[in-house]
Design a protein around this ligand. Structure first.
Ligand SMILES: [Zn+2]
Length: 226
C-alpha cells in the first residue's frame, strides 16, 4: 500500500479532529504530501472518521489524478493541492468547519491577535478568503490569492484551512486557531478586545523560534510548540 504510514496517520488524526470537536459528521478533511513522489494522501469523501480505514485514504497527484485508492477523495482535494503548490514547506493540511473559526468566516472577518498563540500561523492576523462554492477550483484560487505568508486561512461562510511541516503541527494550529476565534468571540460579547500590536507579535515570533524541547537530531525545529 502506497504511503501506508501517512494513511494510518490520517485515520488517527481524523478521529482526533472529531473528538476535539473541530468538525461535525463527515465535514472537514486531512492530507499529507510527499514532495519526493509528488503524491498526496487525503481522507476519503463522506466516510465517518471512526469508520475510515487506512485503505480508504486516497493517494493522488496534485493535479487530481488518483494513484491508489478505491474511494472517492475528499471533494476539497483541490484546496489541499493549492496549498502544497504555493507553500513549499507545507507537508500536511487540515480543513475544518470548527464553530468559532466558522463564525468569523460567516462574518467575513479575519482572526486578530487577541491571543499570542495566533503567531503559530507565522502571522498576526488570519485572513478570510472570499466565498466560492465548496469543492471548486474557484475556492482553491480564492485561498491561493488570500493566504499570503500565513499558514492558515479562513474560508468565507465555510471554515478554516491550516497547514504545517507535519500533520501534528497542522492539527495543533487548527486547534489553537479555534481557541483564538473563541476568545475573540467571547471578548467581543462583553467589550472591545485589545489586539496585540505588530511589535508585540514580532517578539512572540522570536520566542516561538526558541521555545520548547531541543530539536532531535533529525528533526528541524520550527518554533511552533508553546
Ligand atoms: Zn469544508
Amino acid at each position: 500500500m502506497l504511503m501506508e504510514k501517512e494513511r494510518i496517520e490520517i485515520v488517527e488524526y481524523g478521529k482526533k479532529m472529531s473528538s476535539a470537536g473541530l468538525c461535525k459528521g463527515t465535514s472537514g478533511n486531512i492530507s499529507i504530501y510527499d514532495p519526493e513522489t509528488g503524491y498526496m494522501a487525503i481522507s476519503p469523501s463522506g466516510i465517518g472518521y471512526f469508520e475510515t480505514e487506512p485503505e480508504d485514504v486516497v493517494v493522488m497527484k496534485l493535479d487530481g489524478t488518483i494513484v491508489e485508492g478505491n474511494r472517492a477523495p475528499s471533494s476539497e482535494h483541490g484546496l489541499h493541492s493549492v496549498i502544497y503548490l504555493n507553500k513549499p514547506e507545507a507537508r500536511a493540511v487540515v480543513h475544518t468547519h470548527s464553530i468559532y473559526c466558522t463564525t468569523f468566516a460567516a462574518l467575513n472577518q479575519p482572526l486578530k491577535a487577541v491571543h499570542y498563540v495566533i503567531g503559530g500561523a507565522g502571522v498576526s492576523e488570519i485572513p478570510c478568503a472570499p466565498y466560492c462554492t465548496f469543492g471548486t477550483p474557484e475556492l482553491a484560487e480564492s485561498v491561493k490569492n488570500t493566504i499570503g505568508d500565513s499558514k492558515a486561512v479562513l474560508l468565507q461562510n465555510h471554515g478554516l484551512v491550516a497547514s504545517g511541516p507535519k500533520l501534528a503541527k497542522a492539527f495543533s494550529l487548527a486547534v489553537n486557531l479555534e481557541f483564538v476565534a473563541e476568545i475573540q468571540y467571547r471578548a467581543l460579547c462583553i467589550g472591545q478586545p485589545c489586539v496585540l500590536s505588530d511589535e508585540q507579535m514580532a517578539e512572540v515570533m522570536v520566542r516561538f523560534k526558541s521555545y520548547g524541547q531541543p530539536a532531535k537530531n533529525n528533526e528541524k525545529k520550527d518554533g511552533m510548540g508553546y
